[in-house]
Design a protein around this ligand. Sequence first.
Ligand code: CA
Ligand code: CA
Ligand code: CA
Ligand code: CA
Length: 269
Amino acid sequence: MAGKGIPLRNIIIIGVAVIIVIAIGYYFLSRSPDEVENQNDDGRTNHPPMADAGFDQIIAPGEEVRLNGKSSSDPDDDDLTFRWDLDDSLDSDLDGITDNDVDLMGENVTWIYPIPENTITYRVTLNVSDGEKWDKDTSLITIRVQDNTTPPEITMECRYGNIEGGPSYIDPHYIITIESTTSNENILNFSYMIIDPEENILYHEELRYPLVNTYNDTIRYRDITDIGMVSQGDLILIRDVPEIPEGSTILLYYLNGPDPVGEVDLSKT
Ligand SMILES: [Ca+2]
Ligand SMILES: [Ca+2]
Ligand SMILES: [Ca+2]
Ligand SMILES: [Ca+2]
């Protein structure tokens, strides 16, 4: 019998080895992938920071723009580095990616953009890093040129009904179509006013606000042709909730001029 079977000593060694392998496997499998990935050499779990590039801003030509990343944070209170890309249409480090350039560094930075001929909007990208993980956020800087061009003359048509679209469009709307304009001008140069038949002002805002497509916005600009410009074929959608009195009028103003450049009665017929 001796020498024919596996010696007891070897069986014990193999058994111990199998137990060790199972124990190691269990240790790694029991940890979530995030936990494994996030642990530093010192065993601390590092969470990524959250970037906040600040509010959108409208400035005058030649005005210094102040960028502030102070609302950025890190769940672990790590020290953060702030890298700013000042223009997501320009690749200043020539690596083929337009929003990853380190144009400025620091939590608070200032910059003066070249003076533009026409109103222009730059998208700024803030990249915040804790040395290991990072996050980015963007904000828009618009340089508004108040030129002395002749105001456009705009004609509009109004119909009333339902619009194709998502849940926010289920209510009936006044659908205003830009029928013609003597020149295409930047949306940011306009404001609108809605007055009731007694000439009380119901709404008066810059046209840019309706661009934000939130569920409850009463008034939206649908920029269909020549993006960024008020142009033929664009729509102004006015939700009839709360109800707008019959016979109200929408007036468009250009560069806060005294006279409307376009108007149309809001009629349900
Ligand atoms: Ca962190
Ligand atoms: Ca780049
Ligand atoms: Ca860039
Ligand atoms: Ca347009």
